[in-house]
Write a protein that binds this ligand. Structure first.
Ligand code: PLP
Length: 428
């Protein structure tokens, strides 16, 4: 069967392909599989890599500055907690605030502060201007979209390119509309495309503060800063240095966490921002908490004392993840490298492979896979309001299943993509 000529195929040929594929699909359905390629979380083996966190303190709860970490206080975090965040993000520890276990929580809280209370005092609150809009590079991270939806912020999709968001579009939009108050960015191994922003993109993002309306903030979610899967990983330019060169330090807020480094539910999260932004945020944060879990901060800093230790630890993750990604990419290469039924790029790190079907086939592919026992992230989830206008994008997350399970799930995925494509062509 030559699916490379789907557009030229006669109706008879299409019907024959459909019958053959439907047969193959039925055989799979009868196997009653139960496989899951949905959420990008660490596998149990990855979590095991950090089990030495347990008991590491051996009763010594003092931070480097003498703080008794068991007690209240320390809204910013202890010095070694800040240093861990600095090692992770490649910035100065002076501009790091250490939070609880989730960077998503910090992103939500910073956005809430900017919206309701103002990061630079009450007159800077976005809500004062009524309507608030935010740019969302697509495909993107569904939970970013949920934060905006929760706060009633209108989302404007902008396309991703292989160098990051389409910066011509981004610059045009922020110049034209002062109600656009920011942009979501996952600058390294973007969720889900795996794109690493180019140096030029980083520079232009750092320049947005000069052309946007008042109180514009880039939410720089550096969730995959050290999550490399190749030996010579691409380097992401430092956005804060780019801001310093352009005098826009207040326009970018960076986030990161150890969620996919140590224990995903019991890690440490960080904000990196200018002194002014941190001051504004701490005013809000101080009304929510007397302080974060500093015991966990020192556990983490003793487990990962410097950047070398951090990078070495990440090699353990890469070793476990690489064969799973290879299983996904091999299956896609074999099935689609000689036809136009799908487009994807091999990511050099992160947690996802982003796959684009032919227009109008993503939803049906996900439905077919689900009925054959393979769970995929719902089609559309990577777009604001869950609406993928072309119904093309599917996010594949292979970290949790075993290699043989990933292989099995990809066999099903491939047949579902083919069947959905042929059926769509039959209807065209
Ligand atoms: N940001 C991105 C881009 C993610 O993909 C994820 C998790 O999948 C998170 C943030 C969640 O981070 P945390 O566990 O620190 O809240």
């Amino acid at each position: 069967m030559q699916l490379d000529q789907l557009d030229q195929a006669t109706p008879e040929q299409l019907k024959q392909w459909e019958a053959e594929l439907a047969n193959e699909y039925q055989t799979i359905v009868e196997q009653k599989l139960s496989l899951d390629l949905t959420r990008g979380k660490p596998s149990p083996e990855q979590l095991n890599l950090s089990d030495a966190l347990d008991g590491i303190l051996k009763g010594d709860y003092r931070a480097q500055d003498g703080t008794d970490t068991r007690n209240y206080g320390g809204l910013d975090g202890v010095p070694e907690g800040k240093q861990l965040g600095a090692n992770l993000m490649g910035v100065s520890p002076d501009n790091v605030l250490v939070g609880g276990n989730s960077s998503l929580t910090l992103m939500f809280q910073v956005m809430l502060t900017a919206h309701q209370f103002g990061l630079a005092g009450p007159e800077s609150a976005w809500k004062n201007e009524g309507e608030v809009k935010f740019l969302c590079p697509v495909p993107g991270y569904d939970r970013h979209h949920t934060v905006c939806e929760q706060l009633g912020i209108e989302m404007i999709p902008v396309p991703m390119t292989e160098n990051g968001p389409d910066m011509d579009k981004v610059e045009d939009l922020v110049k034209q509309d002062s109600k656009i108050k920011g942009i979501w960015c996952v600058p390294k191994y973007s969720n889900p495309t795996g794109v690493v922003y180019s140096d030029d993109t980083v520079k232009r993002i750092a320049g947005l503060g000069k052309i946007a309306g008042a109180n514009f903030r880039v939410f720089w979610d550096n969730a995959y800063a050290v999550h490399d899967l190749v030996d010579n990983p691409p380097e992401l330019a430092c956005v804060m240095s780019a801001c310093e060169r352009q005098g826009t330090e207040d326009s970018v807020i960076q986030f990161a966490s150890t969620s996919k480094i140590t224990h995903a539910g019991a890690g440490v999260a960080f904000v990196n921002a200018s002194a002014a932004n941190l001051k504004g945020f701490k005013q809000f944060l101080g009304s929510c908490t007397i302080g974060p879990d500093k015991v966990n901060q020192i556990r983490h800093s003793r487990f990962l004392p410097d950047r070398d230790a951090l990078l070495q630890h990440m090699e353990g993750h890469a070793k476990l993840l690489k064969p799973r990604f290879a299983a996904v990419l091999d299956a896609l290469d074999q099935a689609f490298s000689d036809n136009d039924l799908g487009h994807w790029q091999a990511p050099k790190g992160g947690y996802f492979v982003s796959f684009d079907t032919r227009p109008g086939c993503a939803r049906e592919t996900v439905r077919l896979a689900s009925e054959a026992g393979v769970k995929l992230t719902p089609a559309g989830a990577t777009f604001p309001y869950g609406k993928d206008p072309e119904d093309r994008n599917i996010r594949i997350a292979p970290s949790v299943p075993s290699v043989s399970e990933v292989k099995g799930a990809m066999q099903v995925f491939v047949i579902c993509v083919k069947l959905a494509s042929v059926r769509a062509q039959l209807k065209a």
